[in-house]
Design a protein. Structure first.
Ligand code: KG4
Length: 340
């Protein structure tokens, strides 16, 4: 039987990534990040598009070489069509369309959020792997999203709740910026928090209906709290950075877990997965593991490299769609916003 080889391409934000999956197994996953945004405390869309332009050819080339695959052997090209920054998306999408047309192979549309949620199904030959059974719940937390999703099948997902304003990662990044730390703030807060007392300070938790989230109030209350403290101690942040990070992180994790526990109760589904960049967070992982240890949930946490933006998750989405013959017309445009 002919090998099924999917090239996945991801360029929705500030990571240019390409991956190769052969017969369902990952052969390569190459990502070029963009340090250029660090100086600005956030992603600058125009700079992101320019960096993607520089990175796309070498990244795809390296992914194919690492996989030991000739481009002529590719069965289909899967690409993130959205959601994301339009200028960034256009680089990957235009490249993928051009390559698919030149090779005469199908183009496959991957939704970025769907990709994050399917990261649990990325398999490397010879490595242990446990994928969640359908249906499962997925807490999808990244710099742009905070959602609880009921996953009925790889291509059938229901949004049970989502943020009505900022995302959890965005809250981490913005609070980090307010404290004068670098970007992205999540990993910095995570590292500092490990040395801090999570009970030192309390910040407001939102009261939002149903399974929805809100993080903008927390960001504001954090900012006002710091302003007040700095009036009496100008070096308050420097003196308390570990405790501030730990208390902030605990507040965010408590908010995320409260609604997730509610979702488990309401749906009766106790297979619970984590996805998106914030799933790298130590306290959030610990909160998941505590639920598992208590015998409440079966948990699924993807490998670190598959939590942040990567093309392996796009390639696995592409692989499933290829098996279903679910292809995309070359004239379908990229989209900046969408639900699942
Ligand atoms: O999924 P992702 O790479 O990009 C998108 O937003 O699509 O997620 C990036 C987000 C950033 O907000 C970053 O601060 C956060 O994930 N993040 C973390 C950690 N690592 C990354 N947040 C908390 N703890 C971490 N260890």
């Amino acid at each position: 039987m002919k090998d099924i080889i999917i090239l996945g391409i991801e360029s929705s934000c500030d990571d240019t990534s390409a991956a190769v999956i052969k017969n369902g197994y990952l052969l390569s996953n190459v990502t070029a990040g963009q340090a250029v945004h660090e100086a600005y405390g956030g992603v600058v869309p125009e700079l992101a598009s320019r960096a993607h332009q520089q990175n796309i050819v070498p990244v795809v080339d390296q992914a194919l070489r690492q996989a030991g695959v000739d481009k002529e052997a590719i069965s289909a090209v899967a690409v993130t069509l959205g959601p994301g920054l339009m200028g960034s998306l256009l680089v990957g999408v235009s490249f993928a369309k051009g390559l698919a047309a030149a090779l005469g192979v199908p183009l496959i549309e991957a939704n970025h959020l769907q990709g994050h949620i399917l990261a649990h199904f990325i398999e490397v030959e010879g490595e242990a792997h446990a994928a969640p059974p359908y249906p499962y719940l997925c807490l999808m937390v990244s710099g742009g999203n905070s959602q609880i999703v009921k996953v009925n099948a790889y291509n059938q997902m229901e949004m049970l709740g989502q943020t009505i304003d900022d995302a959890a990662g965005e809250a981490m990044d913005k609070c980090s910026k307010v404290m004068g730390f670098g970007y992205p703030g999540g990993p910095i807060i995570d590292k500092l928090a490990r040395q801090g007392n999570a009970q030192a300070f309390t910040f407001s938790k939102p009261d939002v209906k149903g399974l929805d989230y809100s993080f903008s109030g927390l960001k504001t209350s954090f900012l006002y709290f710091l302003r007040d403290q700095i009036k009496t101690d100008p070096d308050f942040i420097a003196h308390h950075k570990e405790d501030l990070a730990a208390s902030l992180e605990k507040t965010i994790v408590d908010i995320l877990m409260k609604k997730l526990k509610q979702a488990v109760k309401e749906t009766g589904i106790n297979h619970v997965a984590l996805a998106g960049g914030v799933s790298a967070n130590t306290a959030l992982r610990a909160a998941f593991k505590a639920q598992e240890a208590a015998g409440n949930w079966h948990i699924y946490i993807p490998k670190f490299g598959y939590t942040t933006d990567n093309a392996a998750m796009i390639a696995i989405t592409g692989y499933y769609k290829y098996m279903d013959g679910d292809f995309c017309d070359l004239d379908k445009p990229a989209y900046s916003r969408t639900t699942l």
